[in-house]
Every structure is written in C-alpha cells, then in structure tokens.
Design a protein around this ligand. Structure first.
Ligand SMILES: C[S@@+](CC[C@H](N)C(=O)[O-])C[C@H]1O[C@@H](n2cnc3c(N)ncnc32)[C@H](O)[C@@H]1O
Length: 197
C-alpha cells in the first residue's frame, strides 16, 4: 500500500489536506483549480507536469490542445515514472504542477532552473510567509504573479469520497521569465468550482 494512505485514524472528509510530511504526498488536484490557471495564464510551447500523479492536472492541460509531458517520482499509472524533479536537469518551455508541499522550496529552485518561459506551482497561500523564504525566494526570485483562489480547494486522496470543504487557502504562484520583476497579486473570480468542479 502506498504510504500516503497509512493515515492514523482513517480518512476524515473534512478540513485540510492530510499532513504527509514524510510520504510522497499524493493528492490529485481538482480539475477546476487547473482550469482557473489556464484561463488566466497563457503558455507558449510545451508544458511539463513534473509531479503528475495520476494525471489529474495533465489531463486538464491536454484539453487545451497544448503538448504536455508528464512524469512523477512514483509510478501512479500515468506519465513517465522514476523522474525526480528535484535533481532534474531537463529544460522545458513551461512547467506546471502541484508539488509535494514538503518539497515546495526544492520545486521552486528546480523550476527556476528548468523552465525556459514560465512555471506555475499550486501552493498553500501560506507559502508567502516565512523568514527563510523572505530572504531567499522572495528576495532573489519573487514570483511574477500570485493568483489567490476566492474559493477553497479541497484535496482528497485518490479514490476517496468527495465531500466536505477545505480550510486551507491555496494560490497559483507563477514565475514568468518574460515578465517584469516584482510580484503582482491577483484574485480568481469566483465560479470555477461550480463551472468545472
Ligand atoms: C500533491 S500530488 C499532486 C499530483 C498532481 N500534480 C496533481 O496535481 O494532481 C504530488 C505528487 O508529487 C510526486 N512527487 C513527490 N516527490 C517528487 C519528486 N521529487 N519528483 C517528482 N515527483 C514527486 C508524488 O508522487 C505525487 O504524485
């Protein structure tokens, strides 16, 4: 059994994404959260979904007609398994993913190194906080845009019954190498969850 699911106390369909600080952190992204990104950010060239899980995000991106390359460290039945993004040296035009949260900083660094145009990470809004990040990422390489969700995203382990709602705020952090320096703070209009849920 995947260690992601070895959760003491069983699955409670409420509140926040389960802490999985030592595990692979496999939580498929609800389709509407990916639609929100691609309706507001354009991507020229291919998109690498570098922690693709079961393809939840890749499949939405593919629907836009763009070339999508999918890989994951683990074999989840989608894309190329065994690719550790934290040590990847492959360059691609764009990189889009929802990374394991405990490796978020590493994903930012690898994305900055490996995305030629744009890379977008779905992260907790609280990623904005923290002295260490203030000194490093947000001083040296701040995102070009932060898209705050006005609706809450709820993450469930794959196959779990979908009910309840989340209490954690998420945002898309976008680094655009063709953009200006500095960070623009933007909000998604409400309605994506109902339209694409
Ligand atoms: C939160 S899930 C998101 C899955 C998918 N991106 C989505 O949005 O539906 C994080 C994924 O990162 C993968 N992962 C963990 N560490 C990784 C690494 N170092 N390199 C690539 N993928 C990794 C996990 O196997 C898991 O599928």
């Amino acid at each position: 059994m995947d260690s992601t699911y070895n959760l003491s106390g069983g699955f409670k369909p409420t509140l926040k994404r389960f802490a999985d600080l030592d595990g692979p952190d496999f939580f498929p992204t609800p389709a509407w959260a990916t639609h929100a990104l691609i309706e507001n950010e354009s991507f020229k060239g291919e998109i690498w979904e570098c922690a693709c899980g079961n393809g939840a995000m890749s499949q939405v991106l593919e629907k836009t007609g763009q070339e999508v390359i999918s890989s994951d460290l683990y074999d989840r039945g989608f894309g190329t398994p065994g690719v550790d993004f934290l040590v990847a040296s492959e360059r691609r035009a764009n990189i889009v993913t929802n990374p394991p949260y405990n490796s978020a900083e590493g994903f930012v660094k690898a994305g900055l190194d490996n995305a030629q145009r744009k890379f977008a990470l779905l992260l907790r809004l609280a990623f904005l906080e923290g002295a260490n990040r203030a000194r490093t990422i947000f001083t040296e390489k701040p995102p070009s845009r932060v898209w705050v969700f006005s609706e809450r995203i709820t993450f469930y382990p794959a196959g779990a019954e979908i009910k309840g709602s989340g209490t954690t705020a998420y945002a898309w952090f976008v680094w655009d190498k063709d953009g200006n320096t500095g960070t623009e703070l933007k909000w998604f209009a409400p309605g994506y969850r109902a339209k694409f849920g």
